[in-house]
Write a new protein. Structure first.
Length: 483
């Protein structure tokens, strides 16, 4: 009765806040529409080329990128329509973050839960990095939409155990697979979410067995879940098998390549290019050509990142390889270098992981219709980048404490939704640095607002627990259990 009464008295206010946030998101994007313009970056030309190829059929598709974003560009047509579509997705994302905040704050009072959900929504729609990505003809906004939709579906499954269904799992699998076909970094997502159902889609009885029965009871609960969750795994993974498996099959049939891209070697050399000089002399023409472009890139930009893109034509010439053949050769050579020099590879892995958290903002001052406001925007971007970077560091520290210090975890008692979101963020941060070493900071963009959401929850819990000590709380809890 209490829940019904609360819902009846509170729902209109929740809807009023929800609609107000949607209106604010719309107003902000209308202002951006008036004062800014869609921006093409260096990657945009290749996406446009692929979109044009798709308009003539799949036979001409060169598969240099996964087809998710080229299909989006082909459907939207002009840059302006693509921009409008991405801003529409931004408004929907604002509402999805309201829902995620609402689910994450499930243990709060009704007032605090509504406030938290509104803050989560505002944190996304006021994020300048996300707003400017909506104006960029790049994959980030589309990937973010599918990713957050999948996360929201999974969160629904956590908090509504009685409503889990095959249809929900199919939706989660579809959204996560579309995120992967737009941004291959998230190829792990559908399979990872299927695996995470074992940990996070537990019933209250199973969750209680963990605290009441120790490790043996927990193991029994996990084994029981493994037996009952097969249909969830199948439903979540099925869209991935169809969408991603179909794409892999296309690459194999059309180009004789296994994988999600014909450019794997060009991405791997971003990690191994810093020690490419260790290749043996039998590859001297290829090695020395790349080193020439790498040194020029360092001299001009201070970093060897992305030197490969200028070097490809001459490397093809000296090696006699086609574009795809050169990629396959570089894959082989990069794996060889990783095996022979794991210490150098690990250095790049650590550096790429650190760069992941740097919170860049991709924007173009020239795209403003009125240049008078550029100075103000620069200041806002600088301040917001500093705040987001601090937020990211706080997330790392707090989640490390959750993982390795039991008193802190039991003191704040994070809900399963928090653990699930933090797990996805951490896994993404690790997998991205193994696969590429370029614009690593850009890889966080689809999850940046999720990091902020988690930090907001931690801060509110810390405020609620102020004056208390995690060690004392642990002692009191242990004493209570002993009594």
């Amino acid at each position: 009765m209490r829940e019904v009464a609360l819902s009846a008295s509170f729902s209109r206010r929740v809807w009023a806040v929800f609609i107000s946030l949607a209106g604010l998101a719309l107003v902000i994007r209308l202002a951006l529409l008036v004062g800014y313009q869609p921006v093409a970056y260096s990657d945009t030309a290749s996406y446009r080329r692929l979109a044009e190829q798709l308009s003539r059929g799949w036979v001409e598709y060169d598969a240099s990128r996964t087809p998710g974003y080229p299909i989006f560009l082909a459907l939207t047509g002009t840059n302006e329509r693509a921009w409008l579509a991405q801003m529409s997705l931004g408004i929907l994302l604002t509402l999805l973050f309201f829902y995620l905040g609402w689910e994450l704050a499930v243990g709060f009072s009704a007032e605090k839960r509504l406030t938290f959900a509104a803050l989560a929504s505002l944190a996304h729609t006021l994020n300048l990095g996300q707003l400017f990505f909506e104006s960029a003809l790049l994959t980030e906004t589309l990937a973010t939409f599918w990713l957050v939709l999948a996360l929201a579906g999974f969160a629904w499954g956590i908090t509504h155990a009685d409503r889990r269904s095959v249809w929900l799992c199919l939706g989660i699998g579809l959204a996560s697979s579309l995120a992967a076909i737009v941004r291959p970094l998230f190829v792990f997502l559908p399979f990872g979410l299927a695996a995470l159902t074992v940990l996070f889609w537990r019933t209250p009885d199973e969750a209680g067995s963990q605290s009441a029965g120790g490790k043996n009871r927990l193991l029994c609960a996990i084994l029981a879940r493994l037996k009952t969750a097969a249909r969830w795994w199948t439903a979540i993974c099925l869209p991935a098998v169809v969408i991603l498996g179909g794409w892999v099959g296309f690459l194999r049939h059309q180009y004789g390549v296994w994988g999600l891209s014909v450019m794997t070697g060009y991405h791997l050399i971003q990690n191994t290019g810093t020690f490419f000089e260790y290749l043996p002399d039998e590859y001297a023409p290829l090695r020395d050509t790349y080193l020439k472009y790498r040194d020029a890139q360092v001299a001009e930009h201070g970093t060897p990142t992305n030197a490969i893109w200028d070097a490809i034509p001459e490397m093809q010439e000296v090696s006699g390889q086609s574009f795809i053949g050169l990629s396959q050769l570089l894959t082989k050579l990069s794996l060889q270098l990783m095996w022979e020099h794991p210490d150098l590879y690990l250095q790049n892995i650590v550096k790429g992981w650190w760069l992941f958290w740097r919170a860049p903002v991709y924007w173009s001052p020239e795209a403003f219709r009125w240049q008078q406001g550029v100075f103000l925007v620069k200041g806002l971007i600088l301040g917001q980048r500093a705040a987001l970077f601090a937020c990211n560091l706080f997330f790392l520290a707090a989640t490390a404490l959750f993982a390795f210090w039991k008193p802190f975890r039991r003191w704040l008692q994070p809900p399963m939704t928090f653990g699930f979101l933090a797990s996805v963020i951490w896994f993404t941060s690790l997998i991205q640095t193994f696969l590429d070493h370029g614009d690593n900071a850009r890889f966080l963009a689809p999850l940046q607002s999720v990091v902020v959401l988690c930090v907001l929850w931690i801060v509110l819990k810390l405020v609620a627990r102020r004056g208390q000590s995690p060690i004392r709380a642990e002692s009191e809890l242990s004493g209570g259990l002993a009594d």
